[in-house]
Design a protein around this ligand. Structure first.
Ligand code: ATP
Length: 289
């Protein structure tokens, strides 16, 4: 009997047609004598449908063709199951795939997703919602909100939006952070809650981030003027300066003095004043190179 593999495909992610990808995956599965069951997401009831498919087919692996949002949705559906995720990056944001060095050719990704060994990565929860790699409050979330509403797309649009956001931003907020049995107060422009090292753009924000060490980092950016901002986006994260403080922990609460914009893995999530951050150690098995 052939072993089953489920492939979850987000037909709209990254604005790309997936027919070539599906054809290549079917061909690969046939060659490996695997029965590939394809599920196209609809954006409605996907978690429930994937749970049902899992119970029916009991696969050892689930392949995900989509962006971070689709991976998170599958991770949520498979929270209680012992299954390996294989990633075929196909989103407009592929932060997790960038972090795991999976931005490769389709042939390479197919081989890794279907056959390679895996690592068990930690998953962060913020107010009970899953974050796979990087979430933040403050300036970058503000930037993402503005970018979602912007008319000029592409790199120039992003740069213009960044400058506008820096100029318009309400100013620093005060955060009360409790972690490692200590409470500190600080004034910040942005606080990153980081499981990993870099954003999907490749910008390194948390040089010591390791995805399976049972810890996450709070990267507190106290000052984010154009100079510091420039250093960060050019890959020279000023970790030794007074502008930056990094706290490594496995549990934290953050309270802010006014509602602050907040984004999780590239998706704008509104404003909040309280953030309860936990780590689920080695929660997810992901196939890697
Ligand atoms: N068939 C569908 N039609 C419309 N939306 C869908 C469909 N399937 C999934 N979605 C939505 O796709 C989003 C996840 O997309 P994902 O993050 O994987 O790709 P992306 O290209 O990076 O997305 P984004 O446009 O948000 O950057 C979810 O909001 C989900 O509800």
């Amino acid at each position: 009997m052939r072993n089953n593999v489920i492939m979850v495909v987000n037909p709209i992610s990254g604005d790309v047609d997936k027919s070539e990808l599906i054809e290549a995956a079917l061909f690969f599965a046939e060659k490996e004598n695997l029965n590939l069951v394809i599920y196209n997401t609809s954006g409605v009831n996907d978690v429930v449908n994937i749970k049902t498919l899992y119970k029916t087919y009991k696969p050892e692996r689930i392949i995900v063709a989509g962006g971070d949002g689709t991976i998170k949705m599958v991770a949520e559906a498979m929270e209680k199951e012992d299954v390996i995720l294989g990633i075929l990056p196909a989103g407009s944001s592929n932060g997790l795939a960038v972090d795991l060095d999976l931005m490769l050719t389709l042939e390479e990704n197919l081989k890794i997703a279907f056959l390679n060994d895996y690592i068990e990565i930690d998953v962060i929860t913020i107010n009970d919602k899953i974050s796979l790699h990087l979430s933040d409050l403050g300036l970058n979330a503000e930037l993402i909100k503005n970018y979602e509403n912007a008319t000029i797309r592409g790199k120039l649009g992003y740069a213009l939006q960044a400058v506008n956001t820096l100029i318009d931003f309400e100013g620093p907020f005060t955060a009360t952070i409790t972690a490692n049995n200590e409470t500190i107060n600080c004034v910040a422009r942005m606080i990153v809650i980081a499981n990993s090292k870099k954003y999907g753009t490749g910008v390194v924000i948390n040089p010591h981030g390791v995805m399976n060490d049972g810890m996450f980092e709070l990267v507190i950016l106290k000052n984010l003027d154009l100079y510091v901002f420039g250093q960060i986006i050019t890959g020279n994260m000023p970790i030794e300066s007074n502008d930056v403080e990094i706290i490594a922990t496995n549990q934290a609460t953050i309270k802010t003095n006014f509602p602050v914009s907040f984004q999780m893995d590239g998706e704008y999530c509104g404003t909040e004043t309280e953030f309860d951050v936990q780590i689920l150690h080695k929660q997810m098995k992901v196939a890697i190179q």
